[in-house]
Design a protein around this ligand. Structure first.
Ligand SMILES: [Zn+2]
Length: 151
């Protein structure tokens, strides 16, 4: 699907469910996409988690998301990267799959929030994971920022 098609799909879901309802639906869709990615690459995630065994939750989340950022950067011909501040990990992306050519006063990339959340939360079953988008290109930010807090 082209970038603009995905954006149109998200807008159609907003039309049907309203902003609040769409947020929940799109978040769930993102989680499903992550579940498929994990089930299609079982060894990849096992190997990845073995490599960070004994590390903190934030370090594990950072490792998982670094892999995602590298895959997104190369496959989608865009730039995604990770920053970390203690137990908070930031996934940052210029991909704009869900906010392409859109303007909003609040973040709107709920599919990516669900995707990032599921990838981390499913691999850290003993931790509480909170994920939200704190900055969005639809808000005229230079990139979208997804904050992942590990408790
Ligand atoms: Zn965004």
């Amino acid at each position: 699907m082209k970038t603009s098609d995905v954006t149109k799909l998200a807008m159609a879901i907003e039309d049907i469910f309203g902003k609040r309802g769409a947020k929940a639906v799109l978040f769930r869709a993102g989680r499903m996409i992550a579940k498929w990615s994990i089930s299609e690459n079982p060894d990849l995630f096992k190997t990845l988690l073995c490599s960070v065994e004994g590390k903190s939750g934030a370090e594990k989340a950072e490792t998982i998301l670094q892999l995602v950022a590298a895959a997104v950067s190369s496959q989608m011909n865009t730039k995604a990267w990770i920053d970390r501040d203690g137990e908070i990990v930031y996934y940052k992306s210029k991909n704009a799959s869900y906010c392409f050519n859109r303007k909003s006063e609040e973040p709107i990339c709920h599919v990516v929030v669900g995707f990032v959340h599921e990838l981390v939360a499913s691999q850290l079953p003993k931790s509480e994971v909170e994920t939200k988008e704190t900055g969005c290109m639809a808000m005229n930010e230079p990139h979208c920022t997804y904050q992942v807090i590990i408790k």
